[in-house]
Design a protein around this ligand. Sequence first.
Ligand code: NDP
Length: 330
Amino acid sequence: WKKLIKIAVSGAAGMISNHLLFKLASGEVFGPDQPIALKLLGSERSFQALEGVAMELEDSLYPLLREVSIGVNPYEVFEDVEWALLVGAKPRGPGMERSNLLDINGQIFAEQGKALNAVASRNVKVIVVGNPCNTNSLICLKNAPNIPAKNFHALTRLDENRAKCQLALKAGVFYDKVSNMTIWGNHSTTQVPDFLNARINGLPVKEVIKDHKWLEEEFTEKIQKRGGVLIQKWGRSSAASTAVSVVDAIKSLVTPTPEGDWFSSGVYTTGNPYGIAEDLVFSMPCRSKGDGDYELVKDVVFDDYLLKKIRKTEAELLAEKRCVAHLIGE
Ligand code: NDP
């Protein structure tokens, strides 16, 4: 057996976690020979529900799940964790301004960043799911100066998966034929699903899908708004597919990226080769050797359409950053 790894999950009583925790416990994420401990972070208000989740996990008799613990203090829950999956966040209420939401959630992520800085493994990998996830991730990393900024991610993998699915449907191929799919920028309606660099059966998308108007107008908007459309239909936000995409995001970091391909993640922009503003968390194309780390892909191309869209999502993230200046020491 490998050495036990400790994984913290916040918002553990919520809907996404209800799928995610069982995937982690089953071994499908870290492998069938990797024992894990799950450390669930909740709040006073969710404590009973957290106890219920822990009971269900225990009753499932997963052979790899060696410990389940629950808590409301991030300084206890994050102790020695090697992964922190930060799902919990306050949802946007009716009439709530975006800046309000940024502030309320920012406080949560500032505190969690400080706690990670104090007690987590020095090499902890952090995936922020709770929205607005890019800016929450930026706040978190700024409050954890002793942990490499490179270790923080904002989840845009669900957007990547959605984009691959729509391209595959349009081209009439199975979705495993779509590769090199980048989501640029913010996990919001300004995100940019990049059909210029994406490939279908190894060919540029624009050579396979000749309807370029569809790509520029329908496809792009469909991906940008898919989360909202799903909320309208379901009456709640995507939970199962989000959990699947968290699993995909972790697997992409712990297994070598297939030759020639890449994946998207919201990562720290400082030192990026694309000319994107420094000091943001921005979704970009990444490759991994499978050691939990990543490097940015260099051989991507840009055209006017793509650059214009990237500037728009960059401007949105810069505006979000200004709203939380007080939480990032600026
Ligand atoms: P739920 O509402 O089911 O659960 C979220 C958890 O967040 C709750 O259990 C609650 O836990 C916690 N929470 C709620 N309010 C607060 C607060 N004020 N402070 C701290 N924690 C709070 O939501 P989901 O699981 O469906 O979604 C979780 C997050 O993920 C949301 O922010 C959502 O927008 C985001 N999301 C992100 C996606 C992405 O692709 N990046 C896709 C889909 C969703 P407790 O009571 O224990 O604090």
